[in-house]
Design a protein around this ligand. Structure first.
Ligand code: NDP
Length: 283
């Protein structure tokens, strides 16, 4: 049986580490504050924002919530971001995505100060990741590196295959695996023989947004399989991009959905808030 990589447990450990760092900073008179902006009342966004506020409360990070109406203008949102950029008591700024269609997500992301970009989506953060400069790492791929390392798996020299090339998961994932000395291949919808490529993977990260697409036939015997996908079926049950029951017997280690990659994203956001304070002392 494969090792189940328990993101729920590992994310709990990371949140406790963050809590300790926040306590130590508090003892030195430093408070960490995250500003969370939500536009509109999309139910999924409300759940995500609620979970982020809960994680802040647990770790001792102050959260400042801004709920803007769905018809807020881009200018008004940019003005709020400019105000928060200039507020020294705010360490991190997070704008919950997606935004309503009349607002440009890229203009909003680029408006956040790179010193406060705790989601790690700003081009400066992406460039820093590429060149190895100090900067914020996007939470989901950074969480996956923690999952792999804390399961005792060495990435150095391994064949790593990432399925998906989005700016928030696939591309930064590939860069982080490269930084850890993996030999990295990135696949996408135009990849000619996906199965042949994934079958080379010692470490396979799947972020394609296709429910249960990756079954045992895509997996090399003894591979580490990381499933980023999140889907809800008609009965409300969650599943990933990997067909867990088919893949698990062939894998050395595998993440479940739920309870795998998902909980890591928020834990890494909390870690980035503490990093924000440290970066603000240097950048
Ligand atoms: P995107 O839709 O932005 O990207 C999907 C990628 O998969 C694209 O690069 C696409 O290729 C590729 N792809 C799609 N179909 C195929 C195929 N048949 N063969 C090969 N490649 C394919 O998704 P995201 O990266 O934003 O998210 C991926 C999944 O991860 C989603 O299920 C999402 O919900 C989940 N997610 C989970 C998070 C978590 O915290 N656990 C956080 C973020 C996302 P191309 O570029 O050619 O179109």
């Amino acid at each position: 049986m494969a090792i189940r990589i328990e993101g729920k447990v590992i994310s709990g450990i990371i949140k406790d580490e963050v809590k300790k760092s926040v306590e130590e900073l508090k003892n030195k008179g430093v408070e960490i504050t995250l500003a969370v902006i939500q536009v509109g009342d999309d139910p999924a966004s409300t759940v995500y924002v609620g979970n982020k506020k809960k994680a802040c409360a647990y770790t001792g990070i102050n959260s400042k919530a801004y709920n803007l109406p769905n018809d807020v203008t881009e200018q008004e949102l940019l003005a709020l971001i400019a105000e928060l950029n200039g507020d020294d008591s705010v360490n991190g700024i997070l704008v919950q995505l997606p935004l309503p269609k009349h607002i440009s997500e890229s203009r909003v992301i680029e408006a956040i100060s790179p010193k406060k970009d705790v989601d790690g989506f700003h081009v400066q953060s992406a460039g820093a990741l590429m060149t190895g400069e100090p900067g914020f790492l996007p939470c989901t791929p950074a969480g996956i590196i923690e999952l792999i390392k804390r399961t005792g798996i060495d990435i150095t020299g391994k064949e790593c295959v990432v399925v998906g090339r989005s700016n928030i998961v696939g591309k930064p994932m590939a860069m982080l695996l490269l930084r850890e000395n993996g030999t990295v291949t990135v696949c996408h919808s135009k990849t000619k023989d996906l199965r042949a490529v994934t079958n080379r993977a010692d470490i396979l990260v799947v972020a394609m947004g296709r429910p249960k697409f990756i079954d045992a036939s895509y997996i090399k015997e003894g591979a580490v399989v990381i499933d980023v996908g999140i889907h809800r079926n008609e009965n409300g049950k969650l599943c990933g991009d990997v067909d867990f029951d088919s893949a698990e017997p062939k894998a050395y280690a595998i993440t479940p959905v739920p309870g795998g990659v998902g909980p890591m994203t928020i834990a890494m956001l909390m870690k980035n808030c503490v990093e924000a304070y440290k970066l603000q002392q240097t950048l």
